[in-house]
Write a protein that binds this ligand. Structure first.
Ligand code: ADP
Ligand code: MG
Length: 505
């Protein structure tokens, strides 16, 4: 990275420049029909306590049985994060009391996680930045308390109790709120490509805790060079930030808060804070001294989880092409890094683009068409790419007609609007041919239109000799006279000849 790029990531305080340092812990709900240690269903939005087995309810004497599907999903995610898979991992009991935790402990791979170090490349405006992954471990979700059902009583819903979560922990490698949001976005894309988590933040399928510290500018680089945490400041952990926008707000607020404390002679205490999205601020939840002692110990009801390398290799063989690989392939096909990143962000979008190319559209033109025209229309209508009214084949046909100079770029937009409304599936035959929208390259017709415009504006003909810029006005008039169908290049050439205009450079 260039020095200039590094510089722009610091922020100014009263006493000088500061580095912000961010590490994230993301809880991603495993896509699986049943829970981590029971056969109860995981369907979202079910009637409270309708999806609870005796294991999930913490009934004494019930034994957990690990769900192979959840283990497979964790391994698949680990492989997608290019991470080391630990063939032996161990579930510990994390002991604490809460009404929605009937067993009194949560099973979590605390000391020996199933997945070790890996990496994610996040997409910034014009560069990719590597974020190291520390680990991924499996754990159970807890139930939840319902406080809004009755004026005096709280209730407990155990549907979520026992659902498998992957906790994915990054190294403190991020430096700006944009990077933190870009990380979550990329992680979401990867798990969605893999089919291991639906990434639905609204339903809580992905929840992020964000760790933020600040240090005097240069501390981050020294940490990255040496790996020594002494170069970093003390961190605060912000719990459960559940949207991309809130992550950005929480990081910015928290960094400012910490810088202000230090610059006023104070020190940062390590603590857990909560983001209040209504006030846009973080508030203290508990300090490190108040942190629970969870008394972790290996669960005596479970054996260590031991995997066979061949089983892991079998999963590896079924991995789909992931966003970065797709992105590299798209760049090779002629797309800019930016366009490629936009197209691979969702698998469905990449598939749509590829279907256009398979339909004969040139890759770069197809990307431009989607980014400049089609995505905007989808956004405006609030539609996902899979819900849009225009097929990839139809969009490919429009792009092809422009490339063949059968229609102008302007007419192409009209054709798209018509196709959007009428869904003909055949814009070439049923729109362009049927409505006579073909571009006019026939010089006779263009010359006739030019004569018409000249006859109506004799004064302008004199003027254009002195003001060559006026030629554009003529082109516009002729285009208008042709109903937008004239080939602009042909009009330009014919006008120059007719008006005796010089060829400007
Ligand atoms: P714990 O187990 O207490 O939560 P970890 O060492 O696992 O602590 O760190 C949790 C998260 O905090 C990780 O995402 C890590 O990258 C991040 N982190 C650690 N030190 C810092 C720091 N100085 N500034 C920002 N983030 C940090
Ligand atoms: Mg932690």
């Amino acid at each position: 990275m260039s020095a200039a790029a590094t510089k722009s990531k610091t922020i100014k305080g009263q006493t000088g420049d500061w580095d912000i340092v961010i590490g994230m812990e993301v809880h991603a709900q495993v896509l699986s029909n049943s829970k981590l240690f029971s056969g109860a269903s995981t369907t979202f939005g079910a009637e409270p306590n309708s999806q609870v087995s005796f294991v999930d309810a913490g009934m004494p004497g019930m034994l957990p049985v690990i769900n192979e599907k959840c283990v497979e999903q964790a391994v698949r995610t680990g492989l997608g994060l290019k991470a080391h898979i630990n063939l032996t991992s161990v579930f510990d009991r994390k002991n604490y009391f809460y009404p929605y935790l009937p067993s009194g402990y949560q099973l979590s791979e605390y000391k020996s996680p199933i997945v070790g170090e890996g990496e994610v490349f996040i997409d910034l405006k014009d560069e990719q930045v590597r974020v190291g992954i520390e680990r991924l471990h499996l754990e159970q979700d807890a139930g939840k308390s319902l406080h809004d059902q009755h004026p005096d009583n709280s209730f407990v819903d155990l549907n979520r109790s026992g659902i498998a979560l992957m906790e994915i922990v990054t190294k403190p490698h991020m430096r700006t709120s944009e990077e933190a949001a870009a990380f979550l976005k990329k992680l979401r894309a990867i798990v969605r490509y893999l089919g291991t988590c639906d990434g639905n933040m609204d339903e809580g399928s992905m929840r992020a805790d964000v760790n933020v510290s600040v240090c005097k500018a240069g501390g981050y680089d020294r940490f990255m060079q040496t790996g020594d945490f002494k170069h970093l400041g003390t961190r605060c952990e912000i719990k459960n930030v559940n949207s991309m926008r809130f992550i950005a707000q929480a990081v910015e607020y928290e960094a400012r808060r910490q810088i202000e404390i230090i610059e006023n002679g104070g020190t940062i205490k390590q603590e857990t804070r909560l983001f209040d999205s209504r006030q846009g601020e973080t508030r203290s939840m508990r300090s490190k001294e108040e942190a629970h002692d969870y008394r972790y110990f290996p669960d005596p009801d479970l054996l260590p989880l031991v995997l066979e390398q061949a089983w892991v290799d079998g999963i590896k063989a079924t991995l789909p092409e992931l966003p970065d690989e797709k992105r590299a392939r798209f760049i090779k096909a002629g797309l800019s890094a930016y366009d490629a990143s936009v197209l691979v962000a969702e698998r469905e979008t990449a598939d749509y683009f590829e279907a256009m190319v398979a339909g004969g559209a040139d890759a770069k033109s197809a990307a431009n068409w989607l980014n400049n025209e089609y995505f905007g229309r989808l956004n405006k209508a609030g539609l996902a790419i899979t819900e849009g009214p225009v097929t990839a084949k139809a969009n490919a046909e429009i792009v092809k007609m422009v490339a063949e100079q059968l229609i102008s770029g302007k007419i192409a937009k009209d054709v798209l609007d018509i196709e959007w409304e009428e869904k003909t599936g055949d814009p070439r035959g049923r729109i362009v041919e049927a409505r006579g929208l073909k571009q006019v390259t026939d010089t006779g017709a263009i010359d006739a239109a030019i004569e018409q415009v000249i006859a109506a504006n004799p004064d302008k003909v004199e003027e254009v000799k002195l003001k060559p810029k006026l030629a554009a006005w003529f082109v516009g008039q002729v285009m208008k006279a042709s109903g937008g169908k004239a080939n602009p290049a042909a009009v330009n050439a014919a006008l120059k000849k007719r008006l005796n205009l010089p060829d400007e450079g």
